[in-house]
Write a protein that binds this ligand. Structure first.
Ligand code: GLC
Length: 665
């Protein structure tokens, strides 16, 4: 059952399209002693699930989190927000089991047992907001009801479940062709190569650098003949340059965010001085969205939207102030205090709160301060693209995913987990994010495998892939200046990489099937064990194993030099260790605590009793997978049935009922 509570006059985030009648009664569970602040007492059995893309555990208890979309490459334990704002959590314990969604576009702080381990306190900065409370006996039903409330998750084309290779640093056609050639030559499967900002002319959106891509259309088509899609990046900031059509049109039509005096607000991003499209204005959204046509007309079928928190390197106004301050500082004898002040002055230039407070959107003729609706920016950039794609490509799905997001944008696109680092702890962080994101409606998601920042190593990358092959969005991506990390760079281990990457394509019918069922039924693709074994205390407290779909549990190794790991099995399961494409080892493992050896070149999955894992043959791309001829591995002495979902991989309104087929053993 869902109850909606309205406080003050809320800005409509459009996260919920069909709103239930507002309740007049007092909000349950929470004490609302102070304005815009809600607290509840937790008992020791309570676990708090949710908050989507954020740091720390599957169980969020014990820390303060913030919903304020932030360009945050430092995914450390001390950070309180990443690129997204996902204000939904579930409190699950012996005495209570409910979900709560705080529908507000501004900043929210969730103190989940940090100030006091037994108190959960939510503080909302805006004065108008809505809260939804969802009560149901099971976690699965709470999720279903919430997801039904916020609407169906985005579904990408099926080829987007293939492997993607990316790097900030590929600059020209030649670079990309070589990447694809190396994949094919080394018999590594591949479906996408991503274009980062260097494909553009001076980092200007919807341009292609003619020198480095002399015949872009032909290049895109050539790559597609080889089953490789090209997926370009689009950034939020538009370069201020006289004569640049996009800028001129935006300026003329008042499509940019404004400062308090009504002038275009100027910020610094990759191209230098930029203006920010006002994605809250429906006209500006439509205008920006239709610009993607420049690229779809050249054969592009997928995009990634970036820097849309929005990330600000500086605002023009603040930059001037900093120059003045630094000039003043030149006169000083820089000691302890001054050197800290100097450092702070420079560091505060980027993503500065005062800047977010000093520009405005225009919606229905009203001026809206950006800061109060900050979390809707990336959301509406994704929406701009997605709504345009419905017109540009009414029959076929187009790939779109974003860095920043907010609940509501899960209907328009996927997200990636942002700029992680080549650190072992980030494998675990990405694992934990996956189910938390699913709860909030984000199903098409994945991490930068191998790590974006810093230098990766062969073993780290192999272990990361062993998790990544289960993520719907599978992409190896790295930053400029870091070690090159395409799998074929590791000459002595190509076979190991080949086996892991091939396994993704063998598993793809299952992964796609489970993804589509989750999207069409509002269920979880990746679940914490506590969602399934809710009475099993050890399962509830497991933070490093998750279920993928109905049949398998995964428990990736995330420690350097480990030869295996501790695994908790809530029930007897069949361990399957995939080593190469042709063979695997299987063994029944009893319920309870076990140590399982998993070598660097192995991927382990645990099949639940009474379940089937369908497998395809190896294929070099998704198009080449034979979905008709599948084999199975099962743990079903008494027989079992699996409902496999298959469709043409591109239709926009797929039907669950019409596309299921039974596999029995
Ligand atoms: C941002 C993105 C990253 C991209 C880089 C350059 O940091 O998050 O993925 O490579 O910008 O465009």
């Amino acid at each position: 059952m869902i109850k909606r509570f309205v406080f003050g006059k809320a800005f409509d985030t459009e996260a919920v399209k069909d709103k239930p009648e507002a309740c007049k009664e007092k909000i349950p569970y929470f004490e609302n002693a102070e304005t815009s602040s809600f607290s509840l007492e937790m008992d020791s059995s309570d676990i708090v699930y949710g908050l989507g893309e954020n740091v720390r555990g599957i169980n969020k208890r014990g820390f303060i989190y913030e919903s304020f979309c932030t360009d945050q490459p430092e995914h450390n334990e001390n950070k309180s927000s990443l690129y997204a704002a996902h204000n939904f959590f579930i409190v699950s314990g012996n005495k209570k089991n409910f979900g709560a969604f705080f529908d507000t576009p501004g900043k929210v702080t969730f103190d989940i047992g940090a100030s006091s381990y037994s108190t959960l306190k939510v503080s909302i900065e805006n004065t108008g907001y809505e809260i939804y409370i969802i009560e149901n006996p099971t976690l699965e039903l709470i999720i279903k009801e919430f997801r039904n409330l916020i609407g169906q998750s985005y579904i990408p084309p099926r080829w987007a479940f293939g492997i993607g290779q990316s790097r900030w640093g590929y600059t020209c056609e030649e670079d990309i062709r070589k990447i694809a050639e190396n994949y094919r030559k080394n018999k590594l499967p591949l479906d996408m190569v991503y274009l980062d900002i260097d494909y553009m002319e001076k980092f200007k959106d919807f341009t292609v650098n003619k020198k480095s891509f002399p015949d872009f259309k032909n290049f895109v088509s050539d790559m597609k003949k080889n089953s490789v899609r090209i997926v370009p990046i689009i950034d939020a900031g538009i370069k201020m340059e006289d004569g640049f059509e996009l800028y001129e049109e935006g300026k003329e039509n008042n499509y940019f965010c404004k400062d308090k005096d009504g002038n275009d607000f100027i910020v610094g991003v990759w191209p230098g001085k930029c203006c920010l499209p006002d994605f809250l204005n429906p006209e500006a959204r439509e205008w920006f969205g239709m610009k993607y046509k420049f690229l779809t007309d050249q054969g592009i079928e997928g995009f990634w939207n970036d820097m849309n928190e929005p990330a600000l390197f500086y605002s023009e106004k603040n930059l001037e102030k900093v120059f003045d301050q630094v000039k003043e500082m030149k006169k000083l004898n820089i000691g302890l205090k001054e050197s800290f002040a100097l450092k702070d002055t420079i560091l505060n230039l980027a993503n500065n709160t005062d800047d977010y407070k000093s520009f405005y959107h225009c919606k229905d003729g009203k001026k809206i301060r950006h800061y109060d609706v900050h979390n809707l920016y990336g959301y509406n950039m994704t929406r701009a693209a997605s709504e345009a794609f419905e017109k540009i490509s009414p029959e076929k799905r187009i790939l779109i995913f974003s860095r920043s997001s907010c609940i509501g944008s899960h209907r328009y696109g996927g997200i990636w987990m942002g700029d992680n680092m080549s650190r072992w702890q980030h494998i675990l962080l990405n694992l934990k994010m996956l189910p938390s994101l699913n709860m909030c409606g984000f199903l098409y998601t994945g991490a930068d495998l191998g790590g974006f920042g810093e230098n990766t190593t062969e073993d780290l990358l192999l272990r990361w892939y062993a998790l990544g092959i289960f993520m719907p969005l599978l992409r190896n991506h790295s930053a400029l200046g870091t070690r090159e990390q395409e799998p074929f760079r590791f000459k002595n281990s190509i076979e190991k990489f080949r086996n892991i990457l091939n396994l993704r394509y063998r598993l793809l019918p299952y992964i796609y099937s489970e993804f589509m069922k989750a999207a069409l039924q509002g269920t979880m693709y990746a679940s914490p064990l506590g969602f399934i074994w809710s009475k099993d205390e050890d399962a509830r407290r497991t933070e490093d194993q998750i279920m993928i779909g109905e049949s398998i549990m995964i428990a990736p190794v995330y420690e350097q030099n480990a030869t295996g790991r501790h695994i908790y099995l809530p029930e007897e399961m069949k361990l399957v260790k995939f080593k190469d494409s042709e063979s695997y080892e299987e063994k029944i493992i009893p319920a309870g605590h076990n140590f399982v050896h998993i070598a660097l070149d192995e991927v382990a999955v645990f099949i639940r009793k009474g379940h089937i894992l369908p497998l395809a043959d190896n294929a070099e791309s998704v198009e080449k997978i034979d979905f008709e001829n599948l084999t199975t591995i099962s743990f079903a002495e008494k027989g079992a049935r699996y409902e496999l979902y298959t469709d043409d991989g591109e239709c926009r309104n797929p039907s669950l009922r019409e596309n299921l087929r039974s596999i029995s053993v």
